[in-house]
Design a protein. Structure first.
Length: 270
């Protein structure tokens, strides 16, 4: 079952990477990369279907095998996404670009494997939900504001990090709904950070540095969920020097990726 779970998770990563590459290709090539305009593009919608399929396969894999096997397979989507996106743009990824992505993936895998598993039901009171939405919203706005004053690679990274923070908040709220606390307004609040995250991600893709934006998303999403889990849900955090080293490795890989990832196109967004 473990081998089957790993294989399914790996295929899921391929679907997720393909979906991200398709959506970035449409966003970066559009004169109006807003969400409503992108929804009218069949290839962008196909990318969304591919991402949903990848997420579904990841859930199936989690039901068949241990988290320590399935989660690292999910991180592999970064290594799939770069060649797929490069092919769509009619080029080959450089060795430096792939090497930097491999460093990011290695650091992220180590971080994922170090997070202790939580025990017991997940519960969050209404004040905690408001804190979750407020903190993630403020952080996303600050990252968006900061993106307006940096280089294209930095802009792609900050916009994608903003999206990852919002997706991390969405994942945390989803866990609360599924595992512990049920409240109808929690369910109504769920689409808000998810839609804002999608908008921010398309803005990041439209900048043109796909490797940087996708890597930043891959890092920010799980780390935000882990942080909220510790701050609001009382879940344990990894301790010792190893997590710091893994985080430093991930950061170094992201910086290297920003220096090697080409600018496919340039769109100035409001």
């Amino acid at each position: 079952m473990t081998v089957l779970a790993a294989a399914i998770a790996l295929v899921g990563s391929l679907f997720f990477a393909l979906g991200a590459a398709l959506q970035q290709f449409e966003a970066v090539g559009s004169t109006k990369p807003g969400l409503l305009a992108l929804l009218r593009k069949p290839r962008w919608l196909l990318g969304g279907v591919s991402i949903l399929a990848g997420g579904g396969l990841h859930i199936v894999a989690l039901g068949l095998g241990p988290l320590t096997i399935v989660q690292p397979m999910g991180v592999a989507s970064l290594l799939f996404a770069l060649p797929l996106a490069a092919t769509l743009h009619g080029r080959k990824p450089s060795r430096q670009e792939l090497g930097a992505a491999a460093v990011v993936a290695a650091g992220l895998i180590l971080l994922v494997l170090m997070v202790p598993e939580s025990e017991g039901p997940t519960r969050l009171d209404p004040n905690g939900v408001l804190t979750l939405l407020g903190v993630s919203g403020v952080a996303a706005v600050l990252l968006w504001a900061g993106s307006r004053a940096v280089s294209p690679a930095g802009r792609a990274a900050l916009l994608a990090t903003s999206s990852g923070v919002l997706y991390g908040a969405t994942a945390t709220l989803m866990r609360v709904l599924v595992d512990g606390t049920w409240n109808w307004w929690y369910l109504l609040a769920l689409p808000v950070p998810a839609l804002l995250a999608l908008v921010m991600l398309q803005r990041a893709y439209a900048v043109g540095h796909f490797g940087v934006s996708f890597a930043s998303l891959q890092i920010a999403d799980p780390l935000t969920a882990v942080a909220f889990g510790a701050l609001l849900l009382g879940e344990p955090l990894p301790t010792g020097i190893a997590p710091i080293a893994a985080a430093a490795l991930t950061a170094a890989g992201t910086v290297a990726l920003a220096r090697t990832s080409p600018l496919e196109a340039r769109n100035e967004l409001a």
